[in-house]
Design a protein around this ligand. Structure first.
Ligand code: ZN
Ligand code: ZN
Length: 138
């Protein structure tokens, strides 16, 4: 089972103890690269194989994966955070119709400069979100 292995290796690499819950959540994201889901969606997908998976546990595991720099947590206008794999920095395109998030690259990022903002602010990351309509919805 190569996917189980890579989830296990990744957890160890990021200094996280390997638990069945962490492995299952991470494997789900590794097997569905580029997908972004809410905690409830993650739980729904895992429930058939992990009937005892509690809602709180799902949130806890996702939070641990975010803090271990494996996953990203993205706030949405709907109020529910969604989660995705973030093994490398990337940006997003969000479809306004189906609310799906897609990982994208950005060209010309080095030309961006912040205008205004709090005095003496130090920028350490730029996250670009493109909004529009995906091909399925357009
Ligand atoms: Zn769409
Ligand atoms: Zn993403």
């Amino acid at each position: 089972m190569p996917d189980v292995m890579s989830a296990e290796i990744l957890l160890r690499e990021r200094g996280l103890r390997v638990t069945p819950q962490r492995q299952s959540v991470l494997r789900l994201f590794l097997e569905n690269a580029g997908q972004h889901w809410s905690a409830d969606q993650v739980r729904e997908k895992l429930l058939p194989n992990m009937p005892g998976l509690a809602r709180g546990t799902t949130y806890k595991v996702l939070d641990e994966l975010v803090r271990g720099n494996i996953c990203e947590e993205l706030p949405t206008p709907q109020g529910t955070a969604i989660y995705g794999l973030r093994l490398a920095p990337h940006h997003h395109f969000v479809c306004r119709a189906c609310h799906r998030w897609f990982d994208v690259g950005v060209e010309g990022l080095d030309q961006l400069a912040m205008v205004g903002g709090p005095p003496d602010a130090v920028v350490d990351e730029v996250a670009v979100t493109f909004l529009g309509t995906c091909g399925d919805c357009g």
